[in-house]
Design a protein around this ligand. Structure first.
Ligand SMILES: Nc1nc2c(c(=O)[nH]1)N[C@H]1C(S)=C(S)[C@@H](COP(=O)(O)O)O[C@H]1N2
Ligand SMILES: [Mo]
Length: 164
């Protein structure tokens, strides 16, 4: 008797495990934004899984066009996302869902912790609040990033990153 219930228990546990993993897959596979090679021929989809793999960084940032003096932002480093894509280049062009686009020099993200913020003040960004990702500079610790040039590079609603 105990061995049967033990086997049943194991079988139920196994089924729940399989269902759990299967249920998680679509969420992990969902593409937030895409990294492209300079010629546009190769694409690397940045999913939740990719972000889990490269990890995230958090700091305070003054975000342009907002009401708060600063936000606590969190997201993967831009240089880690570029490295994960495998595409080589010395700058990126970031294109947003609203059609805005801006070049970001490699020096910015190689020498500094520039992130693709997917979270502000602990809350995930949706496209409605300028997600899925927002280029953020560590502009509280380094106020030189509060200038107009860097505000223009603080692209929200990131859709594509072209490595050039
Ligand atoms: N997706 C997206 N990001 C963007 C913009 C935009 O229009 N769309 N404007 C940029 C510019 S030019 C600046 S100066 C800052 C702040 O925009 P603001 O003019 O609304 O303050 O956001 C930058 N990020
Ligand atoms: Mo601007």
């Amino acid at each position: 008797m105990p061995s049967i219930s033990r086997r049943l228990y194991k079988a139920v546990f196994f089924c729940l495990f399989v269902l759990g993993v299967a249920g998680l897959r679509p969420a992990l596979a969902e593409t937030l934004f895409v990294v492209l090679s300079a010629d546009g021929q190769k694409q690397f989809a940045v999913t939740e899984e990719v972000i889990d793999k490269v990890g995230t960084t958090s700091f305070k940032s003054v975000l342009p066009s907002t009401d708060e003096p600063f936000y606590v932002v969190r997201g993967p480093l831009l240089r880690d996302i570029v490295a994960a894509s495998g595409f080589k280049g010395s700058s990126v062009t970031v294109q947003a869902f609203d059609g805005y686009e801006m070049d970001i020099p490699g020096d910015d993200y190689m020498k500094n912790d520039v992130i693709l913020a997917i979270e502000t003040n602990g809350k995930r960004l949706t496209r409605r609040d300028r997600g899925p990702a927002w280029i953020a500079y560590p502009s509280v610790e380094f106020p030189e990033f509060q200038g107009d040039g860097y505000a223009a590079r603080s692209v929200w609603q990131v859709k594509d990153i072209i490595v050039k």
